[in-house]
Design a protein around this ligand. Structure first.
Ligand code: BG6
Length: 507
């Protein structure tokens, strides 16, 4: 294990240092970066939290997280000891100014030891209620004075609605410049999500087809097989629209629909994405039913296991009206996409975990093959599979071998694992590396977040004014409420995951 002496000395001050996110994601990712020699010679992780812990106890807990969640699992003692000496614990209440004075003193001490002016990354891995408090204290303690060497990372949710998002962005920008604020959407750190840009803009092949002349419709599916697990409390106040659509699905849509960037520059790419958000037609509040369907999972069976419904989950109200499924039909009103429907759906407790974008191309203008040849005919489609089978699938027609002319859909597949045979980094590894290198390309700017809220506000308001009367309306381990089909135009369909479709085709 080596460190990188070209990288700037770095302090990670993690608020919520004893929490789940730090244990499960942040420290395992920092450890993987360290193991791959991507950490600077001088770095420290200062974990701040309210719990009674000390350095040793925290290091033990972190080792457990690293062994469970890092890319390589088990850690040898010598390697761990070297990494662990970079970790410190500070007990503190985030509403108390003393916590920040102690942090400041510790940062100064490290700077003296290293004889350097380190960059400090403040990471808010806390409850959202703290997001408005921490930046103000950091500013008051003078910890944000050096704009070149300080940055703040904010986890979602960025607000609860447009008003609270505007408010939070205001608080953040009172203490930090926009260029110092890194709002995380972990979907953007996924290799396959970044590959959408590479696929679209490094290969001229598809670009001429990537528009309303050739594309019939686009679907974006982010399905999860798990329920809300231990997050009932948070989820009750969020629901699928806030939890997934406002951020992850909107970001996917932007990458699929955006215009080519002029340069690979953070603001250039973010500008192109904001253009898409601004082009999305706002659904009138009184027409939400035509464009949006919500659902909540009931009981179901997975294999031989009985699953309880959402209303029976821990920390969930037995009368809960929170949606665990959303399907939307959106329009992007611009030259490229006018009249092409974008169907989005996401849900918990669906039959499997799968995130895929399908570009469904239009059919041929004239079918010259005899009718019997085209019984199984389907127009071509391109599937960008984000997880769990990371890759790209192109589906097109081929002649079935034999005397007769029979057409059948076949697939060409690019698979990440086969092509690169190296493990994909976790999204957090990519994002933490980018924060250290001050590259904001994969982070959300304030205007992006706000534009995404504007799009979902009428739906949120309509749904809150009209509580659902049919919840739960889909069984666990099914593809959501049947009603989602009514959003589809004639001839359109929600695709099966590619892997399942291939099984269907080869039958
Ligand atoms: C999070 C949501 O942002 O993304 C969770 O809060 C969801 O509810 C998760 O489960 C999905 O992320 P991934 O990377 O597992 O697809």
């Amino acid at each position: 294990m080596k460190t990188d002496d070209k990288l700037q000395s770095t302090i990670f001050a993690i608020f919520g240092g004893s929490g789940d996110l730090t244990w499960r994601k942040l420290v395992p990712s920092l450890f993987d970066l360290y193991r791959d020699s991507y950490m600077p010679v001088n770095f420290s992780i200062i974990a701040l939290d309210i719990k009674n812990l000390d350095d040793e106890k925290l290091r033990l807990r972190y080792r457990d997280g690293v062994e469970k969640f890092s890319r390589n699992g088990k850690v040898d003692d010598a390697g761990w000891v070297k990494f662990a000496k970079h970790i410190y614990y500070e007990k503190g209440d985030f509403t108390n100014a003393d916590t920040y004075s102690v942090l400041k003193e510790q940062c100064n001490k490290l700077a003296r030891e290293w004889k350097d002016n380190p960059q400090i990354i403040f990471y808010m891995a806390t409850q959202p209620t703290m997001f408005g408090i921490i930046p103000t204290h950091l500013k008051e303690t003078g910890l944000t004075d050096d704009k070149k060497h300080t940055r703040i990372v904010v986890e979602k949710p960025i607000g609860y609605d447009i008003t609270s998002a505007l408010n939070l962005n205001k608080i953040l920008t009172e203490s930090f410049d926009e260029s110092q604020i890194f709002r995380i959407d972990h979907y953007l750190g996924k290799e396959t999500v970044q590959n959408i840009l590479a696929f679209r803009f490094a290969n001229p092949l598809f670009e001429p087809l990537w528009n309303r002349r050739f594309v019939d419709y686009i679907t974006i599916t982010v399905a999860e097989d798990l329920g809300v697990e231990h997050r009932g409390h948070y989820y009750e106040g969020a629901g699928a629209l806030r939890d997934m659509v406002q951020n992850h699905l909107m970001q996917l849509l932007c990458l699929i629909a955006m215009e080519p960037m002029v340069s690979f520059n953070a603001d250039e790419i973010r500008n192109k994405k904001v253009d898409v958000l601004h082009a999305i037609r706002i659904i009138p509040k009184d027409k939400v039913e035509e464009y949006a369907v919500r659902g909540q999972y009931g009981r179901g069976v997975s294999g031989k296991k009985d699953l309880c419904g959402y209303r029976e989950d821990k920390d969930v109200s037995p009368q809960s009206t929170t949606e665990t499924f959303v399907a939307l039909k959106l329009w992007v009103d611009n030259w490229r996409w006018q009249d092409v429907p974008f169907y989005l759906r996401t849900g918990k407790r669906l039959p499997r975990q799968v995130s895929e974008v399908t570009i469904q191309f239009r059919g041929v203008p004239h079918k010259s093959f005899p009718p019997e040849a085209t019984v199984e005919w389907q127009s071509a489609s391109l599937v960008m599979s984000i997880q769990p089978d990371e890759g790209i699938v192109l589906r097109f027609q081929a002649k079935q071998p034999g005397n007769k002319m029979l057409l059948k859909p076949v697939v060409m597949r690019f698979n990440y694992q086969e092509s690169f045979s190296i493990p994909l980094p976790d999204a957090y590894e990519t994002l933490l590396w980018d924060v250290m290198n001050n590259d904001a390309t994969l982070f959300m700017r304030a205007d992006q977040v706000e534009a995404a809220w504007e799009i979902i506000m009428p739906i949120l308001e309509n749904w809150s004014d009209n509580p659902p009367f049919d919840f739960p309306n889909y069984d666990s381990c099914t593809w959501g409420p049947k009603e989602a089909d009514r959003l589809l135009d004639e001839g359109h369909h929600w695709p099966l995951p590619t892997e399942l479709e291939e099984i269907v085709y080869s039958l």
